[in-house]
Design a protein around this ligand. Structure first.
Ligand SMILES: Nc1ncnc2c1ncn2[C@@H]1O[C@H](COP(=O)(O)O)[C@@H](O)[C@H]1O
Ligand SMILES: O=P(O)(O)OC[C@H]1O[C@](O)(COP(=O)(O)O)[C@@H](O)[C@@H]1O
Ligand SMILES: [Mg+2]
Length: 460
């Protein structure tokens, strides 16, 4: 496995579009009890039944937070009412502020792992945000100077007046117990709840001056990881809308692939609004080669594709045979080369039978992914390639053997002839320093090692 990791390190990757500051709160029972006594258990329960898909007022936040705590699922809900920022800041002291967003997290990870070159782009880059990127020669931000593409360290490329986006992250831990009225809730898994800020001023796009250079960037790199589409809004005050930004996003992928047919991985993230989710899935996925998502996200996607019962089963029971079934549907309906699903107890790849990699190769790629996530969960951050070894010391989760057994059963039940499906148990850290960014870490590790293995086979 180490040899594949070393081959992945020789790759150069392009990343776009989202960076932000993650302001992290380590939730304590007292926080929750205070919120419940302030807003009332009955009110919260009622709002939980309504399942608000955006945060307009404090009770929306508390309802969705408690739903996440009850299920132990990773969740992200957009904050759309700028007036309640002060409500949050009065109630919570942020324990840590760190780099966030798929681009920010993956850029720092790959740069610290000594990848050859990481070109990280976000349409906004404020000074404070630029300072959160690791300052290494292999991590560069693309700018246009005198009509030419120039790659600079982020700290040399920031713009004074660019806005900063701060997301609030609530880290919760397995075993936390509290009362909601008469109901005792015990958190089943450790995880994170993201209150994702959505501002008019930050658009998910490639700025017009950089756009003509995307084919050149595509030529320099070996692959691209794109994410942030969840930040697109339905409508903007200047008349632009989601269709406009999705058309632009599609153009970007085609431009990146124009000079060299690089592989593109899309890291999916929670999109609460059904209409927007559907638009992102139908516009973007067919242009991607690879897509990554967690168990809540696969359920949301299947809901959008018209499989609500299967979606509910995956969300509530996380059974392997349902995930395989759902994965096959997504792979086929959106015509992907490979789909990667990360869940608390297992990681899964689904591809078509003609994928050039062997099942063993695919499994090794997932092993790299879970090892990196375990290292990050244990250390809080990955600072050098040496940290990979820390992940190797983390044991597989206690359901490891059960996962393998259930997978063998699923293979007997489901039609598998046309697919390659591989699954591995996760290496799960019992008391993680934090969990935010683990999915991004898994996907970066999986996609880059997938590319390295394709290269080794001579097919990429
Ligand atoms: N404590 C943990 N140790 C190792 N890996 C973990 C831990 N908790 C979660 N994970 C993995 O990370 C993903 C989370 O993905 P998101 O996209 O951030 O939801 C989870 O599925 C586990 O595979
Ligand atoms: O949707 P947004 O606002 O771009 O934010 C994405 C959020 O997802 C993260 O990138 C983490 O994602 P994962 O936990 O799924 O790896 C956070 O750092 C960030 O706050
Ligand atoms: Mg994720």
């Amino acid at each position: 496995m180490i040899d594949i990791f070393q081959e992945a390190q020789k790759l150069s990757l392009y990343l776009a579009y989202n960076i932000n500051v993650d302001a992290i709160v380590y939730l304590k029972t007292e926080h929750i009890e205070k919120l419940i006594s302030e807003l009332g258990a009955e009110n919260i329960r009622r709002r939980m039944d309504e399942y608000p898909r955006e945060i307009n007022e404090p009770i929306d936040f508390v309802a969705r937070l408690i739903h996440a705590l009850k299920t132990g699922k990773p969740m992200a809900v957009p904050l759309v009412n700028e007036k309640i920022h002060t409500w949050f800041d009065k109630r919570f002291k942020y324990d840590v502020e760190r780099m966030g967003g798929q681009v920010g997290i993956i850029a720092n990870l790959l740069a610290n792992l000594d990848f050859k070159k990481v070109i990280a782009y976000s349409p906004v880059l404020a000074k404070r945000q630029a300072q959160m990127f690791v300052n290494k020669p292999n991590l560069l931000y693309p700018v246009v100077e005198n009509g030419k593409l120039v790659l600079k360290k982020p700290i040399e490329a920031y713009r004074e007046n660019d806005p900063i986006k701060v997301n609030r992250i609530f880290e919760f831990r397995k075993g936390m117990r509290f009362k909601l009225g008469n109901e005792i809730i015990e958190v089943p898994h450790s995880g994170r709840f993201i209150v994702a800020s959505r501002f008019e001023s930050i658009r998910i796009e490639t700025k017009e001056n950089l756009k003509p250079f995307l084919p050149e960037i595509g030529e320099i790199v070996d692959g691209a990881i794109l994410s942030g589409y969840q930040g697109i809004k339905k409508r903007y005050s200047d008349g632009k809308d989601a269709n406009y930004y999705l058309r632009k996003a599609k153009e970007d992928i085609m431009l990146l692939k124009r000079k060299k047919d690089i592989k593109v991985h899309v890291e999916f993230a929670s999109i609460q609004d059904r209409e927007l989710r559907k638009k992102v899935i139908y516009n973007i996925f067919p242009l991607a080669d690879s897509v990554g998502m967690d168990e809540s996200e696969i359920a949301y996607i299947l809901n959008s594709l018209g499989y609500p019962k299967l979606a509910d089963r995956i969300f509530n029971y996380n059974r392997i045979e349902d995930t395989v079934l759902g994965g096959k549907i997504i792979l086929d309906e959106l015509n992907l080369e490979i789909l990667q699903i990360h869940t608390i107890y297992y990681l899964m790849y689904i591809t078509h039978k003609d994928n050039p990699l062997s099942e063993d190769g695919l499994r090794q790629s997932l092993e790299i992914a879970t090892t990196l996530a375990a290292a990050r969960a244990f250390l809080g951050d990955i600072k050098s390639p040496e940290d990979f070894k820390v992940g190797l010391k983390v044991p597989y989760n206690e359901y490891g053997e059960f996962v393998k057994l259930r997978f063998e059963e699923a293979k007997r039940k489901l039609r598998m002839k046309e697919y390659k499906v591989v699954i591995i148990p996760t290496r799960l850290v019992k008391n993680p320093v934090s969990t935010v960014g683990l999915g991004d870490t898994i996907s970066a590790g999986a996609f880059s090692s997938y590319l390295a293995l394709l290269r080794r086979k001579g097919v990429y």
